[in-house]
Design a protein around this ligand. Sequence first.
Ligand code: PMP
Length: 424
Amino acid sequence: MIKEFLEQTRERVLGGTYRTFYSSPLVVGSASGCTITDVEGAEYLDAYNNVPVIGHSSPEIAEAVNRQLLRANTHTRYLDRPVIDYADQLVSVFPDRLESVVFACSGSEANDLALRVAAHAAGRDGVIVTRHAYHGTTRSVAEISPSLVGLDEIGEHVEAIDVPGWDEPEFDAQFAAAIRQGGIRLERRGHPCGAVVLDSALTSDGIVQPRSLVATVEAIHKLGAMYIADEVQSGFGRTGSAWGFERLHVVPDLVTLGKPMANGMPMSAVIGPRDVFAAFGESQRYFNTFAGTAASAAAAGVVLSALESGALTERARSGGARLTAQLAEIIGESEVPARVRHNGLMLGVDFLDRSESNTARRRASFIVEELYRERVLVSTTGPCANVVKLRPPLTISDEELDSIARGFGVALQRLEIAERSHGE
Ligand code: PMP
């Protein structure tokens, strides 16, 4: 009843840009820890959402935000201690060169600003991204997001390069070569490369964990471009390190943060060298009304303290290994060709089969629906939505991880039965 009412009202009042998940959308009643409870009381394990990194409805976050809302919640045109203290604490978790922060409200805004700063610093507007990159929704960021707008709609000044195969031993060398070639193509089009933007977990390219990007970053710098690490997905412990770039053995010129930064409060940031921001700031101001408020900084401080305690990275490492081992065992016993990869607690189950991409896509979306029936929330990603993506909160218990694996086993069995009955 309530579902139909909400669907109809939504249809009438919300712009037609939104998509809900699932054939029958979830109606949220409440959420706590790793669980979302629907209005009828059914409990779902949230393995989709990497925003509530320390769990849904965290009392600590609620109290920290509430305290600031009842004290003062203004903007960065005044001096306000919680915001400055948080900025100080945040930059201390980055390598030395990444010493200053500019706040924004979403991952898209952070990437938009990083592009502007890089174009200003490099004096060039060309941008290289990966073939299935997603970096957000503002106009300039949509232009560098082929997975959003399609390869035909990316900007004239944008080159989308192939990511080498996830199991390619020469990954870094091949990626570096692709960067060099992309740079030449941009130069020929009159847009020399000023920035290369890379999601450190290559999430929308199918969740890939290169062993190193040292040669790739050398190639970026040889082009005279800045390396922007998009840590919106991979930041704050998700990969088992504080930042995804650490696992790639490189230091970016600029880093963008978002999603889990304030556990659901709208907060994002660009981290970079002081002189680069200062030079940009001399010619262009950047003020973002809702960015860097005390309430958001208070929430972000709770997340950052959890990160600094080592709890998030430890859980990403041990939980990621546990769930990966269980899923690999289930897949190993199945007739369906699949492979599980993981970056800490960001897992991708790849239904391979690039030659028959529709089969892989259909299998991945079948699993997403069946896991929903098993009360586990996940989604798809990858070149042709062929990868099931799992990103639970980094406070998830072993028992909850085991439930995800159990649900996955049931979903995969149902897929086998369905395919056998269709004679595939
Ligand atoms: N970068 C990456 C890698 C993302 O995954 C996203 C969001 N899915 C964004 C940027 C954009 O973030 P937001 O939705 O907060 O604008």
